[in-house]
Design a binder for this molecule. Structure first.
Ligand code: NAD
Ligand code: UD2
Length: 309
């Protein structure tokens, strides 16, 4: 098993490709299963230790082939756009839930135990708003995306109890960094603002800009994922991934302006219907079980890296 690869589903995407870089740096071989729907080949380095399987997690045979001979799995493949799930619940369900179930079955068959799963703060809906949201906050999945994430958590827990899988469930809050795709209006706000600022294009803030998010730089997230792969035990129970820090969009814009030495025109428009006002992670469980980089990457430092400065 010494050279057995780690399978990263969705490894050609934003978070996945940053994880692949970190795994290679630590000497692991990596296998990527990705249908290249939002991910890109160019996100992956030219390295003999990286094997890319272009395939769909909704296809059981592709998943079986990808899982065979792996040491562990990081399951990131999903249609990450909430709006896409609202527009096409059935289509996105194939990736976001059936994909997880295919993976569980393939792991059971081949005896691979450890799997990290990318769940989302979306499982809480509007509950806990205005507080640091802890993992026991009642769940309120308001969209097909959130429902599939929460259901995936439950399936993974079933396979843990019934078949001895070792799932580690992470609920990501707002992750940012290089290779986050800014091309959709529903892409991560930092990817949109930085791209537009760099090109000198006007920036639209939906609402008064005083809404807050808990932004975490992708390299810090990846550190945690690597620890979860390497730790001898998979501790039960989902783990929020955030810094327990609130940054408003207005503060974010000041930071982008500082890093770039100026900002294009910013206009304030109607708030998005249903937009969450404040989202912040209670990360006590995270810091108890894992080491975040100390100190975590500062917003301006993360922005500078993202902007290639
Ligand atoms: P991304 O779109 O860059 O990555 C998703 C990857 O999965 C892409 O490479 C895509 O091509 C691939 N993919 C999609 N459907 C697939 C399928 N059916 N079969 C195979 N591959 C498929 O998005 P990301 O931000 O890197 O998200 C990674 C994971 O983290 C997702 O599960 C997402 O839901 C979750 N997440 C991300 C954030 C965030 O802030 N970025 C927050 C919460 C949860
Ligand atoms: C994030 C996730 C989403 C889901 C949700 C759960 C991303 C990209 N989205 O949504 O998948 O998990 O959390 O709570 O990670 N905004 C603007 N202008 C723009 C774009 C966005 O003002 O051009 C605002 C937007 O209205 C919101 C804030 O920026 O108030 C953050 O938006 P986002 O889409 O980056 O993330 P969020 O938290 O709404």
């Amino acid at each position: 098993m010494a050279d057995a690869p780690i399978l990263v589903t969705g490894g050609a995407g934003f978070i996945g490709s940053n994880l692949v870089d970190a795994l290679l740096a630590r000497g692991y071989a990596v296998r990527v299963l990705d249908n290249l729907s939002t991910g890109k080949r160019e996100n992956l380095p030219q390295d003999a230790r990286v094997e890319l399987i272009v395939g769909d997690v909704a296809d059981a045979d592709s998943v079986r082939r990808a899982v065979q001979g792996c040491r562990a799995v990081v399951h990131l493949a999903a249609v990450a756009s909430v709006q896409a799930s609202v527009d096409d619940p059935f289509g996105t369900h194939q990736s976001n839930l059936i994909g997880t179930l295919n993976l569980c079955e393939a792991m059971r068959e081949s005896g691979v135990k450890r799997v990290l799963f990318a769940s989302s703060a979306a499982v809480y809906g509007n509950n806990g708003e205005g507080h640091a949201i802890d993992e026991d906050t009642p769940k309120a999945p308001l969209t097909p995306y959130a429902a599939d994430k929460l259901a995936s958590e439950h399936y993974l827990d079933f396979y843990r109890r019934q078949h001895g899988l070792e799932p580690v469930v992470f609920r990501f809050f707002n992750i940012f960094g290089p290779r986050q795709d800014p091309s959709s209006p529903y892409s991560g706000v930092i990817s949109i603002f930085t791209e537009r600022a760099q090109k000198g294009l006007p920036i639209a803030v939906f609402g008064d800009g005083e809404q807050t998010r808990d932004f975490l730089y992708v390299a810090d997230l990846v550190e945690v994922l690597v620890q979860a792969l390497e730790s001898p035990e998979a501790v039960e129970g989902a783990v929020n991934v955030g810094l327990n820090q609130a940054t408003s969009l207005n503060q974010l814009l000041v930071a982008i302006g500082d890093v770039l030495g100026g900002l294009p025109k910013v206009s304030y428009q109607a708030a998005r219907p249903g937009d969450i006002r404040h989202s912040r992670a209670n990360n006590a469980r995270l810091v108890q079980r894992y080491r975040l980089p100390e100190p975590p990457t500062d917003m301006r430092e993360g922005l500078a890296k993202l902007l290639g400065l």
